[in-house]
Write a protein that binds this ligand. Structure first.
Ligand code: S3P
Length: 447
């Protein structure tokens, strides 16, 4: 992220029906992984549909700094000339991962078993987020890390010269931590095992297998064990990045808020480790139809049509669903304000260590918009007042968090009075075309 750009406020006003096709960008998680695994393969990986958001661009720059050749050959089309597992060069300067927790944590893992030293930093949001959750398992491989108090960036990681394989049970349900350990395990001899108590997004496992690594998954009483054989030669791939279901969530939620809307989102990933939001919407009574199911880039995808029919019901979102919709809670909280009755979201403590403390950011913003709610340490209950029941008329602090900005801009389209977000800049980290896309559907969003 450009660090010192002036904040750019944006206002969403009550809109007529949203209609049309929302071509959301490539999946952020898959995009980071395609660049990193491409950099660790021997030969040239060709990526299409890469998300060209700032988070991913920062990972592309980092892969260059570690010695890979990374070139943009067209819109969303990128080539990565990999250096092979264990082939990373020592970067000559600090690696700035901007706003991206995924970027920094995965890259730390990818370099942790190579005998080089790298220093990582990021924007004010990323510098507040905990890195101990990755440096602790990376230390088991023999890597060392020095950061600020609480395991905060800037942080220097010295990769292990003689890495040993690791068996690690995740203490939090985190795909970033799982992926950091697996990427580190690539350059350790023998088998590295990660055990996750509940399933988190599995893009790293899918893509590692696609690049030719040997890994197997064993379901056991302690959860799901992923067993990776170290020191493979990764073969370059063609990666077609599916569209991001987390970005699709915004035009879909907006369509469900604004009466008369019907929006089509083609080619959305239906990976079951990512679909909790859509499961929840169906439970709320939303009119969603998934058409033309197929496989693209190793991921199940479908065309999604969302229609406003009104009459959404508040629901209980169980803790066990949190991992599969972790990034969608902000926009679900906004949508829940238009449902009939309470929507209780439980087991969501992890939201407190995202780009912002998302429980607090949503609670304060919704209260300012006249929504009743209860906030717990790891829960949020939003009392929906039905269609037309949200006052709006507030200015909301985005706190360097793209998803807080987009959630409140969606809410403003159906609230009685306009909603302003204090800084729309962070939206470019994950969804650079959000504003023209939403305007193209008929959303009244502007200065
Ligand atoms: C991601 C994992 C999730 C998610 C993030 C992307 C990934 O974070 O919130 O946006 O690509 O692995 P955690 O692993 O910290 O839950």
């Amino acid at each position: 992220m450009p660090a010192h750009t002036a904040p750019s406020p944006l206002t969403a006003r009550a809109s007529g029906p949203l209609a049309g096709t929302a071509e959301v960008p490539g999946d952020k998680s898959v995009s980071h992984r395609a660049l990193i695994l491409g950099a660790l393969a021997v030969g040239t990986t060709r990526i299409s549909g890469l998300l060209e958001g700032q988070d991913v661009l920062d990972t592309a720059a980092a892969m260059r700094a570690f010695g890979a050749g990374v070139e943009r050959t067209g819109p969303g089309a990128w080539e990565v000339a990999g250096v092979g597992v264990g082939g990373f060069a020592e970067p000559q300067d600090v690696i700035d991962c901007g706003n991206s927790g995924t970027g920094v944590r995965l890259i730390m893992g990818a370099m942790a078993t190579t005998p080089i030293t790298a220093t990582f930093t990021g924007d004010a949001s990323l510098r507040r987020r905990p890195m101990g959750r990755v440096t602790e398992p990376l230390a088991l491989f023999g890597a060392r890390a020095w950061g600020r108090a609480g395991g905060r960036l800037p942080m220097t990681v010295a990769g292990a010269a003689e890495p040993v394989p690791v068996r690690y049970a995740l203490p939090v349900a985190s795909a970033q931590v799982k992926s950091a350990v697996l990427l580190a395990g690539l350059n350790a001899p023998g088998e590295t095992v990660v055990i996750e108590p509940e399933a988190t997004r599995d893009h790293t496992e899918r893509m590692l297998a696609g690049f030719g690594a040997t890994l197997r998954v064993e379901e056991g009483p302690g959860g799901r064990a992923i067993v990776l054989s170290g020191q493979p030669e990764l073969r370059p791939q063609r990666v077609a990045v599916p569209r991001d279901p987390s970005s699709a969530a915004f035009p879909v939620a907006a369509a469900l808020m604004v009466p008369g809307s019907a929006v089509r989102v083609p080619g959305v990933s239906r990976n079951p480790t990512r679909d909790g939001f859509y499961v929840t919407l169906l439970e709320m009574g939303a009119d969603l139809v998934f058409e033309n199911p197929r496989e693209e880039g190793g991921e199940p995808v479908a065309d999604l049509v969302a229609r406003h029919t009104g009459g959404l019901r508040g629901v209980e979102v169980p803790p066990g669903r949190a991992a599969s919709m972790i990034d969608e809670y902000p926009v679900l909280a906004a949508l829940a304000a238009f449902a009939e009755g309470p929507t209780a979201m439980r087991g969501i403590r992890e939201l407190r260590v995202k780009e912002s403390d998302r429980i607090d950011a949503m609670a304060r913003g919704l209260e300012a918009c006249g929504v009743r709610l209860q906030e717990g340490e790891d829960s949020l209950t939003v009392h929906g007042a039905g269609p037309g029941g949200v006052a709006g008329g507030a200015a909301v602090a985005v706190r360097l968090d793209h998803r807080i900005a987009m959630a409140f801009l969606c809410l403003g389209l159906a609230a009685r009075a306009a909603v302003t977000v204090d800084d729309a800049g962070p939206i470019a980290t994950s969804f650079p075309g959000f504003l023209p896309l939403m305007r193209g559907l008929g959303a009244a969003i502007g200065p």
